[in-house]
Design a protein around this ligand. Structure first.
Ligand SMILES: NC(=O)C1=CN([C@@H]2O[C@H](COP(=O)(O)OP(=O)(O)OC[C@H]3O[C@@H](n4cnc5c(N)ncnc54)[C@H](OP(=O)(O)O)[C@@H]3O)[C@@H](O)[C@H]2O)[C@@H](O)CC1
Ligand SMILES: [K+]
Length: 479
């Protein structure tokens, strides 16, 4: 798993590193690594390094210092470097001196536009981990003029380092070069960061605040049958979804569970005939009480929020097995919290709200800090909370948080959530830790979306059919 640390933790680690390294050494490591990455970027995008024109946007702190020092290193490789100083009096003095000594130019913001127009690459050294709020007007005016690709220093300026929130003008980078460790912005604002490259500067950090699942983690977690397994030993999942009028949710959630693992899938609900017709391998019954034993339930999509849905949810919560409560089940819980009385507190519960369902559950919107929002809901409901959005945040009641960074936005299609709930249910039935089950499901869900879409719109059915290919491609990395 990739660890991600908040800016507070990064600063603490920097403080420890400062105490044992010569003055300026950390910045030297950071800016040298940055210069190498900028040169690589130039090579990739223009075919050469020497003779190219790089413009640095330099703010008033060490982020600007990194940019200035990197500019000095790039001069040695024959790059023409111009620094636009947003606040000349506060520009990093030693970095500025180094750039000038190396033959670089420094100009005030008023002269910026003419240099920006001629740049092959623009480097964003406006602000780093001490950022607050979106870009200030002087910086925003210059960024707006940029047509060349931008390489961001540490993080794209204007994006909140700890939440990834953007509430005004912000840099949209093609590449972000960060130092020491990944920060939340890198997982939560992928569109603004572009490609993220981590330069090691020797920070020592443990116990990440957040995590991002590597594809190898997903491959290792995904249940694979052994020679002694049969259809029961791999986990039987029950799907309670859909209705006679709207059988689609049932077909998608149950089909997704079929595709996810080799365990048995039971379906219970009014869409039994349709489900059986689409998926002959599913044992389908009319009611949850008739469904037989399962190792986990996935309940909610399309069951309605009336008394019947309530009874179904109460029944599955009382079975002493892990439950993934999705869609209508979330709304039922929000409106009738007493249904949770049926739950044995020791059995895992996974809730999968989108922002609107979150608001129903918590009485307020998730807000810009989605990690804290998911953590609060996980605590309140003593459940794993998978907060849907462009980036999915998965919080466990014990405080663990995983971020699933999307692969494009193709998943924003009708029925996509039903597919996710089937995946989570199948992994819960296979016995995965519920937080890992939710995170791994989100990961394969987004990969299946990318495979199904192939740069054109896809459907939830397309997603279901792409699940085996997604699992295959993940497993190919480890086998
Ligand atoms: N420490 C280390 O070991 C290492 C650190 N390294 C580097 O240092 C960076 C952190 O540097 P830092 O702490 O000096 O502050 P930084 O982020 O440059 O901000 C500067 C000032 O900008 C202002 N400002 C705030 N918000 C703003 C906005 N929205 N738009 C515009 N301006 C805004 C605000 O000042 P104000 O104008 O409010 O007085 C703020 O104080 C880090 O990201 C990494 O790149 C690396 O070299 C590795 C070693
Ligand atoms: K920056």
């Amino acid at each position: 798993m990739q660890g991600i640390w908040t800016t507070e933790r990064i600063r603490e680690a920097e403080g420890r590193a400062f105490a044992v390294t010569p003055e300026g050494e950390l910045m030297r490591r950071a800016s040298f690594g940055l210069s190498v990455q900028i040169a690589d970027f130039l090579e990739d995008h223009t075919g050469s390094v020497s003779g190219r024109r790089v413009v640095l946007l330099v703010g008033s702190g060490d982020n600007g210092g990194d940019a200035l020092w990197a500019g000095a290193f790039l001069r040695r490789r024959g790059v023409a470097v111009t620094a636009i100083l947003l606040n000349p009096a506060k520009a990093h003095a030693k970095g500025l001196q180094a750039l000038k000594r190396a033959g670089g130019r420094a100009v005030p913001a008023a002269d910026g536009p003419q240099w920006i127009a001629k740049a092959d690459v623009v480097v964003d050294g406006i602000v780093g981990i001490s950022a607050s709020g979106s870009l200030r007007p002087d910086a925003a005016r210059l960024v707006e003029l940029v047509e060349a690709p931008i390489v961001a220093v540490d993080l794209p300026s204007g994006v909140d380092p700890d939440t990834g929130a953007v509430d005004g003008p912000a840099v949209q980078a093609a590449k972000t070069v960060t130092f020491g460790a990944l920060k939340p912005v890198h997982a939560l604002a992928p569109v603004h960061c572009g490609e993220v490259v981590l330069v090691d500067i020797g920070l020592e950090l443990s116990d990440p605040d957040l995590r991002r699942l590597d594809i190898v983690d997903v491959a290792a977690a995904w249940p694979v049958p052994g020679p002694d397994d049969d259809k029961y030993s791999q986990g039987v999942v029950g799907i309670a979804a859909g209705s006679a009028t709207y059988p689609g949710a049932a077909v998608l959630a149950a089909g997704s569970a079929v595709r996810a693992t080799s365990g048995l899938v039971r379906y219970a609900g009014h869409a039994a005939d349709v489900v059986r017709g689409q998926w002959p391998e599913i044992i389908a019954t009319g009611t949850v009480a008739d469904a037989g034993r399962v190792q986990a339930w996935s309940v909610g999509p399309g069951i309605g929020t009336g008394s019947e849905g309530r009874d179904v949810l109460r029944y599955v919560l009382g079975q002493g097995v892990p439950v993934c409560a999705d869609a209508d089940a979330t709304t039922i819980i929000a409106k009738n919290p007493d249904v949770l009385d049926a739950r044995d507190p020791d059995t895992p519960l996974v809730l999968t709200p989108h922002a609107g369902e979150y608001e129903r559950l918590m009485g307020h919107k998730p807000g810009p800090d989605r990690v804290t929002a998911a953590r609060e809901a996980a605590k309140k409901y003593d459940a794993v909370v998978l907060l849907k959005g462009h980036c999915t945040v998965i919080a466990a009641p014990d405080g663990r948080v995983a971020i699933n960074t999307p692969r494009g936005a193709w998943l924003a299609t009708a029925g996509s959530g039903d597919v996710l709930s089937g995946l989570v249910g199948a992994l819960l039935a296979a016995g995965l830790d519920p937080w890992l089950a939710a995170a791994a499901a989100a990961n394969v869900h987004s990969l299946a979306g990318a495979i199904a879409a192939q740069n054109a719109p896809t459907s939830a059915s397309g997603l279901v059919h792409a699940i085996p290919e997604a699992i295959r491609s993940i497993r190919s990395l480890t086998s």
